[in-house]
Design a protein around this ligand. Structure first.
Ligand SMILES: C[S@@+](CC[C@H](N)C(=O)[O-])C[C@H]1O[C@@H](n2cnc3c(N)ncnc32)[C@H](O)[C@@H]1O
Length: 164
């Protein structure tokens, strides 16, 4: 994907972009360099979310902003889903409780931590999404419980500022 991104940047004539391969827990970026850190649906996959937010804080300039979109949970998942590899790959089993997620951002040192949008897990995914189908087939949970699980999964967009 990095190779493709570099090729597309050349094709598009974008000379002011650079792609670095790295881990979200160990960003290949020096301290205090970035104005903005963005992430879409990756932090739920990290087993060390505190480290992820600490890294975002480290690489930002003072008064820099973090703006992330992610899956979080309103209540714990039942063990068969919690332990499902398909549910982990599908960005559900690795998700943190919403309160813990927000607390981790604050604990990293960020201020003005704001949930700017919160969207429920679309119920049509229950019938259409292939990963959800693997989860439902693999866990053999009754549909009633699956619907209950769906109601405890939300997507949030969170903004926070590194103090100046
Ligand atoms: C659900 S996809 C989201 C991709 C992209 N952000 C988007 O919105 O289309 C999750 C991506 O995170 C990457 N990923 C998972 N764990 C990671 C980690 N610890 N550090 C960096 N990337 C990670 C995966 O390889 C995958 O490309």
């Amino acid at each position: 994907m990095v190779t493709r991104a570099r090729e597309n940047a050349i094709k598009g004539g974008y000379s002011n972009v650079e792609f670095r391969l790295g881990e979200i827990e160990n960003l290949p970026v020096e301290d205090g360099l970035a104005d903005l850190v963005i992430s879409n649906c990756v932090i739920n996959l990290s087993p060390d979310k505190a480290r992820v937010f600490a890294e975002a804080y480290r690489v930002l300039k003072p008064e820099g902003r973090v703006m992330v979109s992610d899956i979080v949970l309103l209540k714990p998942l039942p063990p068969p889903i919690m332990n499902s590899i398909a549910a982990y790959v599908g960005c559900i089993a690795g998700a943190a409780k919403k309160t813990d997620y927000i607390a981790a951002i604050r604990a990293a040192g960020f201020q003005d931590v704001t949930i700017i949008d919160e969207t429920p897990f679309p119920t049509q995914y229950m019938v259409n999404d292939p990963i959800v189908q693997i989860i439902t087939e693999g866990t053999a949970l009754p549909m009633e419980m699956i619907n209950d699980v769906a109601s405890s999964i939300v997507s949030v967009k969170v903004s926070a500022i590194k103090p100046g």
